[in-house]
Design a protein around this ligand. Structure first.
Ligand SMILES: NC(=O)c1ccc[n+]([C@@H]2O[C@H](COP(=O)([O-])OP(=O)(O)OC[C@H]3O[C@@H](n4cnc5c(N)ncnc54)[C@H](OP(=O)(O)O)[C@@H]3O)[C@@H](O)[C@H]2O)c1
Length: 276
């Protein structure tokens, strides 16, 4: 069994650096897809209330028979639930759908700044963590001003910030701020969600050829060597296996630097200011 490295979080817990994401995984297919991912070897699953597939994730986990302590499960609070009581209720409902007594990581999905209740939501997550039902808490899509506000107005520093991050869009300001404050970076859309022609870029294609690996494997390897936590999504079992088979080669410093130099603010998802 492949041993996936773990990243130490600022609260004493650790997280498998490579996991499996289920954004846009059809709820009707989720049991099959997550079961495949668990069979391939993934033990870290990233879902969210808004994906509509927490129940399928829970069924696959239960059917797998894998001991709970070997699994790392993340879910997220949706934007319409930032009030204190609605956050508690949303969290309970997520646990119920997942069939779990606790999650390993609970995130605020977006700051949703127009509603301006993310500080209230964060205080609710602090209480959820205190109750022991979320081992770690963090945020997603938070930019520097949102993080600064949490640091100034609340007690717990987020364990992670999950942001869009791939070679064409690396969010250096947010990543540097997070590093300064001990917040681990989780890279969503690590393959550019298939919307950016990452795999045709010579720096990636050349490294793939040099190592006898696929362009996707090179991009995932780049994330790992940059210290990101990463959970590529695929509906296809052969790609799940390909994306997991990234521990038998290493990119040179020059290759990592060449891929890092591909930054061009190539956002493929939404800007955090625009998501309510
Ligand atoms: N916090 C947030 O706001 C947020 C937003 C987006 C995503 N996320 C999380 O991040 C996870 C990963 O991001 P993502 O799913 O958006 O995008 P992604 O992992 O960057 O890309 C997924 C796309 O790449 C394709 N793909 C996967 N492996 C491939 C391979 N080896 N070769 C070629 N193509 C491949 C998939 O197609 P097939 O399925 O057909 O293989 C799919 O179209 C999500 O599942 C979710 O857990 C979080």
């Amino acid at each position: 069994m492949t041993s996936v490295p773990r990243i130490q979080l600022n609260d004493g817990h650790s997280i498998p650096q490579l996991g499996f994401g289920v954004f846009k995984v059809d709820p009707h297919e989720t049991v099959r897809i997550v079961s495949d991912a668990l069979e391939v070897g993934y033990r870290h699953i990233d879902t969210a209330r808004i994906y509509g597939n927490e129940a399928g994730v829970g069924t696959a986990l239960a059917e797998s028979g894998i001991p709970r302590e070997e699994l790392f499960i993340t879910t997220k609070l949706w934007n319409t639930d930032h009030g204190t009581q609605s956050a508690f209720d949303a969290f309970d409902a997520s646990l119920e759908r997942l069939g779990l007594d606790e999650v390993d990581l609970y995130l605020i999905h977006w700051p949703s700044p127009k509603g301006d209740r993310y500080v209230e939501a964060w205080k609710a997550l602090e209480q959820i963590r205190e109750s022991g039902r979320a081992r770690s808490i963090g945020v997603s899509n938070f930019l520097v001003p949102h993080l600064e506000r949490l640091l100034a107005e609340t007690d717990v520093v987020p364990a992670v910030d999950q942001i869009e991050l791939h070679p064409a869009h690396q969010q250096p300001a947010t990543a540097a701020f997070a590093e300064q404050h001990g917040i681990a970076i989780e890279a969503w859309g690590p393959l550019g969600q298939g919307k950016y022609p990452l795999f045709d870029v010579p720096e990636i294609a050349d490294a793939a050829e040099a190592h006898g690996k696929s362009p996707a494997q090179v991009v995932i390897r780049w994330h790992l060597q940059r210290g990101h936590i990463v959970f590529p999504k695929s509906n296809r079992r052969e790609r799940m296996a390909e994306n997991f088979d990234v521990f038998d080669f290493e990119l040179s410093d020059a290759e990592v630097q060449a891929i890092t130099a591909l930054e061009r603010e190539g956002r493929v998802g939404s800007h955090p200011a625009d998501v309510d």
